[in-house]
Design a protein around this ligand. Sequence first.
Ligand code: SF4
Ligand code: F3S
Length: 104
Amino acid sequence: TYVVTDNCIRCKYMDCVEVCPVDCFYEGENMLVINPNECIDCGVCEPECPAEAILPDTENGLEKWLELNTKFSAEWPNITVKGEAPADADEMSGVENKLEKFFS
Ligand code: SF4
Ligand code: F3S
């Protein structure tokens, strides 16, 4: 599966949702997550994310993100249409440890 990771937080560009063939993105206030049980591993969303926040969960150290994507995709509403990114999305891109700083 693919998972959404730290740099999505407060960037939330939402380009990803438009390309997913199985509509498996879910929307929180500050970020999106993927439902790992629905993702078919096609990989098309990965290059679409301007924040480079989408990664295959086979990469090292992403266990925490797999857990968070699994947990929140069960709680948050589905999203299939791109909305407006936060006004300061570009400034927020690349800020480190956003999960600790901003996630609530
Ligand atoms: Fe959707 Fe494919 Fe991305 Fe999985 S890898 S979230 S199926 S676009
Ligand atoms: Fe987040 Fe990238 Fe999608 S910033 S909302 S994963 S396009």
